[in-house]
Design a protein around this ligand. Structure first.
Ligand code: KG4
Ligand code: ZN
Length: 369
């Protein structure tokens, strides 16, 4: 079965053609075509994504990217209906409706976060080819329940999947998403948007300095930051106070202009440590509370090396029976491959109750009912 998927929820315009099969052992996937255009450079001057600019760019780029797909034979079209920026989502949904009508194919409205979750559960083999074409994936023997930590620019949530495609919210952020906090801290440190990878690069540098003179893990170091909600009796998180604490720490040290490169790196390192400490503690709590057998992370922030290694090590240490699944790095950020894979898995496992002809984009669509 072949599905063409369209993703326009934020600042990436994505179209992908993915083929999927049901096998005796599970499911296999192969990316036949993939087109992805990032608007990040355009939004950089606003320091974040500017919704109407995103919409305009999607409108301009979708027909251009689609040229490569216009002679394809597919079984269905899938499109992200939410969550995301509504003006951006409308563009993709409108475009997908038009193609589905022209091609007389079913249209599957998809949840962006489900795309992150399902694609992260799939074990991919990356052939190192341009644009991920030829990348294959396999899904089999996933032990339920699955606990997913979904971390992106707009979301920070623990989702429990006891049955395939049925999601329960176990905990979520009370304010900023992790990715948003990374991006805002990056701005304070005068790093370009999107800031997550930049902050992470500086943090790694700080950790690599041998005696770490400035990178403080001492309780009273100048960069010591809080671990918000670390000990609260739930799996919720909060990152807005952490971001403000960075602002105050920078001010107390005389402002960014007065700081050396190593001091800025120390601040980035402590910020990443604080985020990691909170997410590790909440993950352990969530695994305890839910008895999940598989733990997976997904979303743009799931590319973060420190978080990946620390979460994996901590979970394996305390929950040796839990299987830890990390997403393929080349598809942690927004893309249409993940939307196609989630749609394929639904259809191939006969969970295609999502087929609808008449639906609207929903900016704040939740994955958990
Ligand atoms: O899932 P995604 O591509 O888009 C949304 O659905 O929001 O996530 C984007 C977010 C941005 O905030 C970006 O800074 C963050 O993911 N990000 C990272 C890293 N790579 C991307 N954050 C921390 N470390 C990274 N390596
Ligand atoms: Zn995303």
């Amino acid at each position: 079965m072949k599905i063409l998927a369209i993703e326009t929820s934020c600042d990436e315009t994505g179209i992908a053609l993915v083929e999927g099969h049901k096998t005796p052992a599970g499911f296999t996937f192969v990316v036949l075509k993939n087109a992805l255009l990032s608007q990040a450079a355009l939004h950089a001057e606003f320091g974040g994504v500017y919704p109407n600019l995103a919409k305009r760019e999607h409108e301009k780029n979708l027909p251009i990217l689609f040229k490569e797909f216009e002679n394809e034979e597919v079984d269905a079209i899938a499109v992200t209906r939410g969550p995301g920026l509504e003006p951006a989502l409308w563009t993709g949904v409108g475009f997908a409706k038009k193609i589905a009508a022209q091609w007389h194919k079913p249209l599957l409205p998809m949840n962006h976060m489900e795309g992150h979750l399902i694609s992260s559960l799939i074990t991919h083999t990356h052939p190192n080819k341009l644009e991920n074409v030829g990348m294959s994936g396999e899904l089999h023997d996933v032990a339920l329940p699955v606990l997913a930590l979904l971390i992106s620019g707009g979301h920070t949530e623990f989702i429990l999947m006891k049955e395939w495609f049925k999601y329960e919210m176990v905990g979520e952020t009370q304010d900023d998403a992790v990715g948003e906090a990374f991006d805002k801290v990056a701005r304070m440190l005068a790093l370009p948007y999107p800031g997550g990878p930049e902050v992470s690069r500086l943090a790694a540098h700080a950790r690599s300095i041998k005696d770490r003179p400035l990178y403080s893990d001492a309780k009273d170091g100048p960069w010591k930051l809080p671990r918000p909600m670390l000990n609260t009796n739930n799996c919720d998180t909060s990152f807005s106070g952490l971001k403000t604490a960075v602002l105050y720490a920078l001010r107390d040290q005389g402002g960014i202009q007065k700081l050396s490169a190593d001091e800025i790196a120390a601040c980035a390192g402590e910020f990443e440590d604080a985020v990691t400490d909170v997410l590790v503690a909440k993950t352990k709590r969530a695994l305890d509370e839910t008895g999940a057998k598989t733990f997976v992370i997904g979303g743009g922030v799931a590319a973060n090396t420190h978080l990946r290694t620390t979460l994996t090590a901590e979970v394996q240490k305390e929950f040796p029976d839990v299987s830890v699944q990390l997403p393929e790095l080349s598809i942690t950020g927004d893309n249409a491959i993940m939307i196609a894979e989630a749609a394929l898995l639904r259809r191939l496992s006969l969970h295609d109750d999502a087929t609808e002809e008449d639906f609207r984009a929903v900016g704040n669509l939740s994955i958990a009912g």
